[in-house]
Design a protein around this ligand. Structure first.
Ligand code: AMP
Ligand code: GLY
Length: 422
């Protein structure tokens, strides 16, 4: 089978690496890809935003499955255009992608179906939102309604900070007609994520992970897309997992189906493990980046039939097998990320990958002068081990062997799990 993969990050490199190992694969193609993906796939020069051109390309090249990595094309309705053209697609419709594309939509779904989440109010008027913030306590959480590339959430310690966040949601990039804000209760606890492969009705548990969102060690500095992750997440015991499936995932799938927007694809369940049980922080409608990298390192089964089953609407016969090992990934980012950073700095050499260590490309380009860094998050140095500690040691050894001087990374990925293991 020929497969077209959409995306250009470390998440898509990990997917490409895994899909390319499938005995079922004919040709793997990628749009727009990156130099790491190019080791496993033929890169096609097409515009991801041009859904009609992609559909024509798929028909002309006998593509049997399109795998959509990032959220933007899903929220824009790429899966709908491909499905209308009769092309199987891994990833939800535009209507189902509202689980990530609109925080207000998801919060209302939680209310309707009694899904545990932070108490909240939605506002389309800045003054009313400010009054609400002024009447309540802190900390409080302010969220722009739509996709905001990780910049839409403010955990405000003071009312002033909360008011500034409300104002920002109605101005600039987030503002304009239809702007909306969700103001919600601050939840205390440990964060973890759970993944499910969904076929519109059923959810197949697909592992857990913990990300590290802040830029610097000890969870300091600005929020990022994720500076490193490990899997499985230590606090996600079987009992917690079962509870999340029963109280959060299953009612969500049933609710989406009854709303006429059945969810197909991977559901990323962002959780806060509170004293009173797991609560939903947010949904994403695609694999996490860098969480996908650690999941793919642990997955023993062929990934292609799993993605295809979700696309074709029946995951019931699947039993994915996982390695008993832990996996951990360290994100090497360009100096300045998540703010402004230099592009085009030289990556002079990378250590070779092996069965227990693999470097995924996240933001690189190949030029006449060699490999260069072009993104904020540049490389994902990923390793496995019997313990999180061993996986971390292996990953950090490889990080030290990367010859690129304009980057930084966190030195404490997996620290909480490592402390618990000891
Ligand atoms: P998001 O951009 O939606 O992933 O949110 C960014 C981060 O904000 C999350 O990973 C949490 O750490 C934090 N966050 C979001 N909502 C809440 C909440 N209700 N209570 C506490 N922290 C939150
Ligand atoms: N690593 C967080 C995300 O993919 O949204």
């Amino acid at each position: 089978m020929n497969v077209l993969l959409i995306g250009s990050g470390g998440r898509e490199h990990a997917l490409a690496w895994k899909i390319a190992q499938s005995p079922e694969i004919g040709e793997l193609l990628a749009v727009p890809g990156n130099p790491g993906i190019a080791e496993h796939a033929r890169i096609v020069q097409l515009d991801v935003a041009d859904a009609a051109a992609l559909a024509t390309f798929c028909a002309d090249n006998a593509i049997g499955l399109v795998v959509i990595g990032p959220e933007q094309p899903l929220v824009d309705g790429l899966a709908d255009v491909l499905a209308e053209a009769g092309i199987p697609v891994f990833g939800p419709s535009r209507a189902a992608a509202r689980l990530e594309g609109s925080k207000g939509f998801t919060k209302d779904l939680c209310t309707l179906h009694d899904i545990p989440t932070a108490r909240y109010r939605r506002f389309s008027d800045a003054a009313q939102a400010r009054d609400y913030v002024n009447a309540g306590g802190v900390p409080i959480v302010v969220k722009a309604d739509g996709l905001a590339a990780g910049k839409g959430v403010t955990v405000a310690e003071t009312r002033e900070e909360a008011i500034a966040a409300v104002n920002a949601c109605f101005e600039g990039d987030f503002g304009g007609p239809g702007a909306e804000v969700v103001v919600e209760e601050f939840l205390e606890g440990e964060e973890a994520s759970l993944f499910c492969i969904c076929d519109g009705e059923r959810a197949l548990f697909f592992g857990t992970a913990q990300d590290h969102k802040r830029a610097f060690d000890r969870d300091r500095g600005p929020n990022t897309g994720g500076m490193g992750a490990y899997s499985p997440a230590l606090p996600m015991t079987d009992a917690v997992t079962r509870r999340v499936m029963r109280e959060i995932v299953e009612p969500t799938l049933a609710g989406m189906k009854s709303a006429g927007a059945p969810f197909r694809g991977v559901l990323y369940v962002g959780l806060m493990l509170t004293e009173t049980g797991p609560k939903l922080i947010e949904y994403n409608v695609r694999f996490g980046d860098p969480e996908c990298q650690v999941l793919m390192m642990r997955l023993k089964s062929d990934v292609l039939p799993i993605l295809l089953a979700a696309a074709n609407g029946d995951v019931s016969g699947l039993r994915p097998e996982w390695s008993d090992e832990r996996a951990l990934t360290v994100v090497m980012a360009a100096d300045g990320y998540p703010g402004t950073y230099a592009r085009g700095t030289a990556i002079r050499s990378l250590p070779g990958s092996g069965p227990q260590m693999r470097i995924f490309h996240a933001g690189t380009s190949r030029t006449d002068a060699g490999l260069v860094a072009t993104g904020g998050r540049v490389l994902n140095v990923t390793a496995t081990g019997t313990t999180v500690k061993e996986a971390a040691r292996r990953a950090y050894e490889a990080v030290e062997a990367v010859d690129w001087t304009e980057g930084f990374w966190r030195t404490d990925i997996g620290h909480r799990a490592i402390m618990t293991e000891a």
